[in-house]
Design a protein around this ligand. Structure first.
Ligand code: CUA
Length: 363
């Protein structure tokens, strides 16, 4: 017997705070109900939670039993350590024990598997015919490095090239509350994974493929999410939100988002800003309704996504709550508590985005 046993006990005890750190961090993350797998606020998340709570309970119990057993054995070993005459009891070849600890985990895992498969089939089974008020409307969700765009198509059965999505937006996915919504999850570059923990499970966004995901928010509200597949340098900065509105509010939002912006005349408020946008930003970004410096329309009549899809469409930026891959709140409050645009943060982002959100490996 070596002399490490008592040291093992003290070392294990000393390391407890190190283990407690991540656990506390995990718990503090759960405190935010808007991004919490244990606070389901939609049908799919509810089903997942009904599975994960008992499984975590069982796994926790097994963990406590195993750890407890290890600690007891370590204590016994350290007591016997001073008495070289006592040999530990050899359990090798104990048929009953070996059968026991083989069968018990197998039974436990089989029980968990039955409920897991049942839940998976149930999740796949969700009937997500869009509510009649929305007609055939389809929402496609596109992952980009490192943000999400959302394209709303009102007549998806019209496959002619002229039929383009009526609404293209970013970061905030707006849906009506209380109804299941089917999303087509896609990617424009690498593999991402769309995840709003309190509403549904995850779905990978894979280039060249479209994966269905049904989400439902029971109540109007804001639900946070996080890309769940490592997708490059700013994977951790690729967040997203779902904003659920009541059906009448959602209808108003749909109409308002389809409005285009007018081209301003010299002397109008915002004219210079619009000119700067056209000269500098419109290579990648788009504002529906504007023409570029050569007088050519930036967007083809009636289509919102005809030009660049590789940077967020900014037509109705000020109707969103977040920007830069949902990393920053667009709004803050002034001294009187009134909502104002967080200009400092927005300007810092426009001046040097890579400084606040890593984008490439600088050597
Ligand atoms: Cu996108 Cu991780």
């Amino acid at each position: 017997m070596t002399s490490t046993s008592p040291h093992l006990v003290t070392r294990a005890l000393r390391r407890l705070p190190i283990a407690a750190g991540p656990a506390l961090l995990l718990l503090s993350a759960c405190a935010d109900e808007r991004q919490d797998i244990f606070t389901p606020q939609g049908d799919s998340a509810e089903k997942i939670n009904r599975l994960q709570v008992p499984v975590f309970g069982i796994a926790g119990l097994v963990g406590v039993l195993v750890l407890g057993g290890i600690l007891v054995l370590m204590r016994q070993g350290s007591r016997r350590h001073n008495d070289a005459e006592i040999d530990p009891v050899q359990l090798e070849g104990n048929f009953k024990l070996e059968i026991g600890w083989t069968i018990a985990p197998a039974v436990l895992l089989a029980v968990v598997a039955v409920f897991t498969v049942a839940t998976l089939l149930d999740l796949d089974d969700v009937d997500a015919a869009p509510p009649p008020e929305l007609g055939e409307m389809e929402i496609s969700v596109y992952g980009h490095q490192w943000w999400w765009s959302y394209e709303y198509e009102m007549n998806p059965s019209d496959t002619s090239p002229e039929n383009t999505p009526e609404i293209v937006t970013a970061n905030d996915l707006v849906i009506p509350a209380g109804v299941p919504i089917r999303l087509n999850i896609r990617s424009r570059d690498v593999i991402h994974s769309f995840w709003i923990p309190s509403l549904a499970g995850t779905r990978d966004a894979v280039p060249g493929r479209s994966h269905d995901l049904v989400i439902q928010a029971d109540e109007p509200g804001v639900y946070d999410g996080q890309c769940k597949e490592f997708c490059g340098l700013s994977h951790a900065n690729m967040k997203q939100r779902v904003v659920a509105l009541s059906m009448p509010e959602f209808q108003t939002w749909l109409e308002q988002q389809q409005e285009t912006q007018p081209l301003l005349e010299e002397g109008d408020v915002g004219y210079e800003g619009q000119q700067t946008f056209l000269a500098q930003c419109s290579t990648c970004h788009q504002i529906n309704g504007l023409e570029n410096a050569d007088g050519e329309p930036i967007v083809v009549e009636g289509g919102a996504a005809v030009v660049s899809r590789y940077a967020p469409n900014l037509t109705h930026l000020m109707t969103r709550g977040v920007f830069a891959g949902a990393l920053f709140d667009l709004w803050t409050t002034d001294e009187d508590g009134r909502p104002v645009v967080d200009r400092a943060q927005l300007e810092a982002w426009i001046r040097d985005p890579a400084a606040i959100k890593p984008m490439y490996d600088v050597v």
